[in-house]
Design a binder for this molecule. Structure first.
Ligand code: PAF
Length: 282
């Protein structure tokens, strides 16, 4: 596994591979990797000849009151995880490599970035689309892998790739969970024992709604009530919404198409997100 820090070195490394017809997979990350990232890398390694993992804590997707400065980092552990999961290249740029002096061009996402997280994190998805577009342009992967936990992110990025005719397949990989159901997240590192135990109610609420849906409940309002009823352990729910998986618009009335319940909540000062898909049988 090679670790490269500059765009020029990465391009020089990937050029001959591409010439040989090698399929390049890409897993963009912000580091402090966990089993969720490992599963993305494994998927890429299974489907591609080479897998590039980028580790870059992207400042443009953090709001002024967010945790950029304290974002957890552990480079040595990240490198071991990448190696074990089958990555062949780690791209580890400095901030100035991605945002050199004079940088001023951004990728503006459309209305898919407005609801859910977008409502509470203004500018977040603009930061994500900008850095992902840049990384796609630098790596030029055939396939790029993203986790379903960040559901809105996957929808926004897929749209961006389509709208900008970027020649990459965006692959969404199911959320990896702890044995008790907690969705893996780099932010789980902030949870103490009590907060971690309380955070579990998010998954329980989503599971309860999903079970009610499987048992025939179709009223969006009722499904959200069921989910919220179980989410009593968190300190506050920022949003809990049932939306169409394609356009992210809230479902009114009956759930008659592929939908997803998305939640963002605070446990102490830690913001967690999770989701569950509801797919009506044909
Ligand atoms: O999901 C993330 O970790 C980030 O949003 C991403 C895609 C690496 C862009 O910085």
């Amino acid at each position: 596994m090679r670790v490269v820090r500059t765009i020029a070195d990465l391009r020089a490394l990937l050029r001959p591979l591409r010439k040989e017809g090698k399929r390049i997979g890409f897993v963009p990350t912000m580091g402090f990797l966990h089993e969720g990232h490992a599963s993305l890398v494994r998927q890429s390694a299974a489907r591609c000849d080479d897998t590039v993992v980028s580790i870059f804590v992207n400042p443009t997707q953090f709001g002024p009151s967010e945790d950029l400065a304290n974002y957890p980092r552990d480079l040595e552990r990240d490198q071991n995880l990448c190696l074990e999961a089958g990555a062949t290249v780690i791209f580890l740029p400095e901030i100035g490599e991605i945002y050199p002096t004079g940088f001023q061009t951004h990728v503006e996402p459309g209305r898919l970035a407005d609801p859910l997280c977008g409502r509470y994190r203004p500018g977040h998805f603009r930061g994500v689309t900008t850095v992902v577009a840049k990384l796609f342009s630098i790596v030029q992967p055939d396939l790029a892998f993203f986790g379903q936990k960040d559901f809105q992110q996957t929808v926004v990025i897929r749209r961006m790739a389509r709208d900008l005719n970027l020649p990459v397949d965006v692959v969404v990989v199911p959320t990896v969970r702890e044995a008790d159901g907690l969705a893996l997240s780099s932010r789980n590192a902030y949870l103490d024992e009590d907060a971690r135990r309380r955070a579990l109610c998010l998954h329980k609420g989503l599971l309860a709604a999903s079970a009610a849906f499987a048992a025939g409940e179709r009223e969006a309002v009722r499904l959200l009530e069921i989910a919220r009823g179980a989410m009593v352990g968190v300190d506050s729910i920022q949003y809990l919404e049932l939306v169409d998986t394609q356009n992210l618009e809230a479902i009114q009335g009956k759930v008659d198409r592929s939908s997803v319940i998305c939640v963002a909540a605070y446990v102490g000062s830690t913001r967690l997100i999770d989701n569950v898909m509801l797919v009506p049988p044909h």
